[in-house]
Write a protein that binds this ligand. Structure first.
Ligand code: AFP
Length: 333
């Protein structure tokens, strides 16, 4: 029997359903499937350091089987966890060029699931935290199965969003518009258990900004002035991991602002709207923060293509407001 104070993710989600206006009973099952995929990915991520012993990607492992790259593995695990459930209309993944239909042999459902199976994967080799990001919408087209149009919805229409952080422990953080809740994988029972209920950006005296400052010379004057302002403010420290999930998670726990700005030669920045920015924006808003392109709320951006990129400013609401005040009107890039 479970200890009385342990709340597993399955138990928690069922209890939340009546609070989450846009979800149905199937949502609990969908989140359960994503949590299962996360456990399988976490198991492989934890083995990544043994790659020299077990064989690297493209090589044969000790069993003579060929070893997949971890991001390809994570992509397949997410797909296989969701393709047959009868809950999903279609999917889209950062790893696939086009949207992913549900095979005809399986029934299709109402939810559209969009994911980045392994974000920050260039950090794997140096043992830095990486993550999975997911975003859930309802199908908006009339047909039985989902289409590209169902994937191209603004973040404001998300039913739920979340991420999994593969760090010193594995955490799953999600929102279904009833607050943001964090669960830590307890390896001894193989379950995600509630560890961080009702997460909110704190307002601490020490502030943190997070941006890759090596790109300073490529930024607009407004962005450069913003960073100079933060440096002169006296209250700010700087942290940058280079792994969006890990940088955002720290920002959520400690407050501050994460930025991936536009550049003069690359006005869209690097991060993907559908796979990275929109889901993290929803979590930020539900945690009392804000997310912006620098010029408008990220949740209002209507995607035109699956792999569209966008500048990102996310974190404590007052700091995102401050960033916008430097960027709006500063059109000289
Ligand atoms: P990788 O998946 O190639 O490691 O990129 C990670 C990422 O998309 C995101 O997780 C980081 O916030 C961002 O790129 C870091 O980019 P820079 O290396 O340009 O700072």
């Amino acid at each position: 029997m479970l200890e009385s104070n342990v709340v597993t993710i399955a138990r928690f989600v069922v209890g939340q359903e009546r609070l989450a206006p846009r979800t149905t009973r199937g949502f609990a099952s969908l989140l359960h499937d994503i949590a299962l995929a996360a456990k399988l990915i976490a198991r492989e991520v934890n083995k990544a350091g043994l790659v020299d012993i077990l064989g690297g990607a493209g090589k044969q492992n000790v069993h003579g089987e060929s070893v997949q790259k971890l991001d390809e593995f994570a992509n397949r695990v997410m797909y296989r966890a969701l393709d047959h459930t009868g809950l999903v209309a279609c999917m889209a993944s950062e790893e696939n060029d086009t949207y992913i239909p549900i095979p005809d042999k399986f029934p299709a459902g109402d939810y559209v699931v969009i994911f980045d199976p392994l974000d920050g994967s260039s950090n794997i080799d140096v043992n830095v935290s990486i993550g999975t990001i997911f975003s859930i919408y309802r199908k908006i087209t009339d047909g039985q199965r989902g289409t590209l149009e169902d994937c191209l919805q603004p973040g404001s229409r998300q039913v739920a969003a979340g991420y999994v952080l593969y760090g010193s422990s594995t955490m799953l953080v999600y929102t279904s518009r009833a607050g943001v809740h964090g669960f830590t994988l307890d390896p001894s029972i193989g379950e995600f258990v509630l560890s961080h209920p009702q997460m909110c950006f704190p307002d601490l005296p020490r502030k943190v900004y997070s941006v890759n400052e090596a790109y300073f010379d490529r930024w607009s004057r407004g962005q450069q002035r913003l960073i100079s302002h933060l440096k002169n403010d006296g209250r700010f420290g700087s942290r940058y991991i280079g792994s969006f999930v890990a940088d955002f998670h720290r920002t959520l726990l400690q407050g501050g602002i994460f930025m991936y700005p536009a550049e003069r030669e690359n006005p869209s920045g690097k991060l993907r709207l559908l796979y990275e920015a929109s889901p993290i924006a929803m979590i930020a808003e539900q945690a009392g923060g804000r997310a912006s392109t620098g010029l408008q709320d990220l949740s209002d951006v209507v995607p035109e293509s699956l792999h569209q990129r966008t500048p990102v400013y996310v974190g404590s609401a007052d700091l995102v407001d401050l960033a916008e005040s430097f960027l709006q009107g500063a059109s000289e890039i």
